[in-house]
Design a protein around this ligand. Structure first.
Ligand code: NDP
Length: 263
């Protein structure tokens, strides 16, 4: 299948690690030009340097910023316009989960979480909207979690915020059509820095990485018996953002190894 991504311009937020970095590589492999951002300059610049060497500096651009900083996101968009001349695809991927029950989430933590989940979508979408509208293949793909549909008792606040984001993306699929398609992926457990951090903080340091991950997959009852790899999530993102998905909008694709319990 031809994804028709050659020379397309794609922006990936949170592109320095995990699923975002796998998506950046995947888009570059498919022939696109890619801009990406993340907060931590050191990790971002390490990835940026490696990608410039591998794919050529004219095809890749990176900037250190938080997607919660509206002015910085707007500045990033104008740099992408200067550098590449437009934007055909936007992947709103930046973020992280919050482990907390209702009892241990303070009002301030609620506000922080709601701000992260909503404005990590809103700021980039506003900043790139005009360029996406001017593209003949404008597409947004939001990265979200199965928690939107299947809340977990230890992630109450994140789950509620993720439902709202799914609702927002559905509304945008209507409001931005037909110029821009808007889809999402909903993730189960994907082996990235988020899970690496939890492994690093495990109570019993004698447990190996292999058995910690195997126990995690078993405890979550994942039918495919393992966590997903970042590339497996990235492939779905790349398809939905590509002109090959030209008649798909307002849809969500579950990447979870079959862990959802709803029909
Ligand atoms: P990683 O921690 O590996 O990657 C997250 C990326 O987002 C990093 O590049 C990080 O860089 C960046 N980032 C985080 N916050 C911001 C911010 N405010 N502004 C800009 N960049 C930011 O995690 P994943 O690859 O797993 O996560 C990708 C997305 O998938 C996240 O939104 C996550 O919540 C979601 N997700 C992941 C699941 C999983 O099992 N892995 C499950 C469900 C959802 P830096 O910290 O330097 O800013």
């Amino acid at each position: 299948m031809d994804l028709q991504l050659t020379d397309k311009i794609v922006v990936v937020t949170g592109g320095s690690s995990g699923i975002g970095l796998a998506a950046v590589r995947g888009f570059l492999d498919a022939g696109a030009r890619v801009a990406f951002c993340a907060r931590g300059a050191e990790r971002l610049n390490t990835a940026y340097a490696a990608l410039q060497t591998e794919y050529g500096s004219e095809r890749v651009y990176a900037a250190a910023l938080s997607v919660l900083d509206k002015e910085a996101v707007a500045d990033f968009a104008s740099k992408v316009a200067d550098r590449f001349g437009g934007c055909d695809g936007l992947i709103t991927n930046a973020g992280q989960g919050r482990v907390s029950t209702f009892a241990d989430t303070s009002d301030e933590a609620w506000r922080e979480e709601l701000e992260l989940k909503f404005f990590s979508q809103i700021h980039p979408i506003r900043a790139f909207e005009t360029m996406l509208k001017n593209s003949s293949a404008g597409a947004i793909v939001g990265v979200n979690s199965l928690l939107a549909y299947q809340p977990e008792p230890h992630m109450v606040c994140t789950s509620a915020a993720r439902s709202g984001v799914q609702n927002l993306l559905k509304s945008l699929a209507g409001e931005l059509a037909p110029a821009i398609r808007v889809n999402s992926i909903v993730l189960g457990l994907v082996d990235s820095q988020q899970w690496q951090r939890r492994f690093d903080n495990r109570e019993d340091k004698s447990v190996s990485r292999e058995s910690w991950y195997a126990n995690l997959a078993a405890s979550k009852k994942i039918p495919l018996g393992r966590l997903g790899q970042p590339e497996e999530a990235a492939r779905a993102l790349i398809f939905l953002a590509s002109p090959a998905a030209s008649y798909i909008t307002g849809a969500q694709l579950e990447i979870s190894g079959g862990v959802s319990r709803f029909v």
